[in-house]
Design a protein around this ligand. Structure first.
Ligand code: SF4
Length: 353
């Protein structure tokens, strides 16, 4: 007779061997309240153009439909930040520099995390040999319709903060989440309580006021959505508020008091790329397409495409101090064959001259 309490603990103990901060287990039941909140959020169109979020809600709410015979979900956390929290904040006050979200400064995490999850799953199966068992599993890295923050919170890896991210008292929130769906009937690990309390720093600090109420994000106002997911013309009233953030935004995390305790990554693939380190907006804007595509190989940034890169940098240049170099850089690309790019360049020039 298998003692699943013991087996669950043995499985969780293996997680740090693969660089994970820790691991937790949840069953596959998604609370009705969670489903209702998600559906209400969709109805309010807060997901913007991320139409994939509105598809496959049946799979999202029923993990065993996504992977047949799933009984338990093992969630893990992998830290990604390799910089000091204070240095991330400092960059906001250096308007000539390109500000890129911490998670995107190194290699695209999908492959790195998937590889680690699969190594972890292999180790679990090696452990199961002594039980004369084998698990069937599938690993996920933000690659399928999964309520990953909900599942991680259910498994006690943290609580869902007012900024909607998973937070842990000892580890902050600057980590990726990954999941192993398994057919093992593991014992769920206990939930932990919410420690946001009366704090509202993330809501107050958000440059575009995208956290419209505690635990509710209007993604259409979020700088991460606008600079990464959204491919169109960025609404004029939001442009000034974007500042020098050209790819994503960390503010609701860096100003969250619990990130004083965030753990730095030990994954060398997540180290800041040389090109990104102290990249000036002018250099970011003048790099040619071929060179940009070459330099961004293996980075998540490549996925927004060169056109959106120029759009984002043009806005940041429009928010930077006016000088001859900045204005010359913007003017040099006025004939770029994209209405999207030229429209943002014109806006930027209007701010500077
Ligand atoms: S900043 Fe404060 S309210 Fe926001 S997630 Fe962190 S602890 Fe919670």
């Amino acid at each position: 007779m298998v003692n699943y309490n013991t087996l669950t603990q043995q499985i969780l103990t293996l997680a740090p061997n693969f660089g994970f901060l820790d691991a937790g287990v949840a069953n596959i039941d998604i609370a009705t309240e969670t489903k209702n909140n998600f559906n209400t959020w969709l109805k309010q169109k807060f997901h913007g153009e991320m139409s994939y979020l509105a598809r496959n809600t049946d799979l999202r709410f029923n993990p065993d439909k996504l992977q047949a015979n799933t009984l338990s979900i093992i969630s893990v956390k992998l830290p990604y930040n390799n910089l000091n929290i204070e240095s991330l904040k400092d960059k906001l006050h250096q308007p000539h520099l390109a500000n890129i979200a911490s998670y995107a400064q190194g290699r695209d995490y999908h492959k790195v995390l998937k590889q680690k999850l699969n190594l972890y799953a292999t180790a679990i199966n090696e452990l199961l040999v002594s039980y004369n068992m084998q698990m069937h599993y599938r690993s996920f890295t933000d690659s399928a319709p999964i309520l990953e923050v909900e599942l991680a919170a259910k498994s006690g890896l943290g609580w869902r903060g007012k900024n909607t991210l998973l937070i842990n008292k000892n580890q902050g929130s600057m980590f990726f989440l990954g999941e192993i769906f398994t057919n093992l009937p593991l014992i769920p690990t206990p939930k932990i309580s919410n420690h946001c309390g009366t704090c509202s720093k993330c809501i107050d600090i958000c440059p575009t006021k995208a956290i419209i109420a505690p635990y509710i994000l209007d993604a259409t106002k979020c700088i991460s959505y606008l600079t990464i997911e959204f491919k169109g013309t960025i609404p004029v009233p939001l442009r000034k508020l974007i500042g020098n953030r050209i790819y994503g935004c960390d503010d609701c995390q860096t100003f969250c008091p619990w990130n004083k305790f965030s753990q730095k990554t030990e994954v060398s693939d997540f180290k800041t790329r040389e090109f990104i380190n102290d990249l000036t907006l002018v250099d970011a804007f003048l790099i040619e397409k071929d060179a940009w595509e070459k330099i961004m190989q293996g980075s998540a940034i490549l996925r927004i495409g060169y056109e959106c890169w120029l759009r984002n940098v043009a806005i940041a240049l429009g928010n930077s101090p006016a000088n001859t170099k900045t204005i010359a850089a913007l003017k040099s690309r006025l004939n770029y064959p994209s209405n999207l790019v030229t429209e943002h360049i014109k806006w930027a020039l209007e701010q500077l001259v």
